[in-house]
Design a protein around this ligand. Structure first.
Ligand code: COA
Length: 179
């Protein structure tokens, strides 16, 4: 059974030990980075990200990091869909030993269920992004209802993406699920 569990003294080490294949390492920030970033947010009186250990039958198999965002007027989600507030899926991963067994999809359904409880306030949508070359992420998110927004940007610099560019490994695409 898949569960989202808060990070505790007991599961903390297992979260830090989660690993990906060398090829996947650039797809998502490490759990150490996510937890360190959460600490900085808390010290600066910002809303903490919602970080959970993803557990399968009591074993830690992944983690998820969710944020709560009020969107700028210029946001594509605001202009295109009228979204004012979103939950953003900042990071999501399943350990390399547990991938390809349907567990990521089950965990994403739990994540969406959690977001629908509006833990940090009401919101219009869930948003996320992934590298254009990340076929597994694209397939997973589409399978639970996310739709690409059409936004593509340079995932390294955050700048505009030029469709003429051939180095698509740096293209990041946005996707959205309405709530
Ligand atoms: C992306 C990731 C979370 C998928 O987790 P998973 O447990 O392996 O996925 P599942 O087995 O639950 O598969 C769910 C769906 O994802 C898609 N999918 C999974 N692996 C895939 C692959 N290698 N290629 C294409 N689609 C894939 C399929 O649509 C699949 O549904 P289906 O089996 O019904 O066709 C996992 O591969 C991972 O952690 N990757 C590295 C980190 C990462 O890229 N995170 C996302 C950052 S945006």
């Amino acid at each position: 059974m898949i569960e989202l569990r808060k990070i505790t003294h007991d599961n903390f080490e297992a979260v830090l030990e989660l690993s990906l294949t060398d090829k996947q390492k650039g797809n998502v920030d490490s759990s150490i980075y996510c937890l360190a970033r959460a600490y900085v947010r808390i010290l600066n009186d910002e809303k903490p990200p919602m970080i959970f250990a993803i557990c399968h039958n009591d074993e830690v198999i992944g983690y998820v990091d969710i944020g709560f965002y009020e969107l700028a007027e210029s946001s594509i989600l605001r202009e295109k869909y009228g979204d004012e507030v979103t939950y953003g899926l900042n990071r999501f991963m399943i350990d390399k030993q547990h991938q390809g067994k349907g567990l990521g999809k089950q965990a994403m359904k739990k994540v969406i269920g959690y977001i629908k409880s509006f833990p940090q306030g009401k919101a219009d949508a869930v948003s996320l992004s992934y590298w254009m070359t990340n076929a597994a992420a694209r397939g997973l998110y589409a399978s639970v209802g996310f739709v690409e927004t059409g936004a593509i940007w340079d995932g390294q610099t955050g700048g505009d993406w030029n469709a003429e560019r051939k180095d698509i490994e740096y293209a990041e695409v946005g996707a959205r699920l309405g709530l």
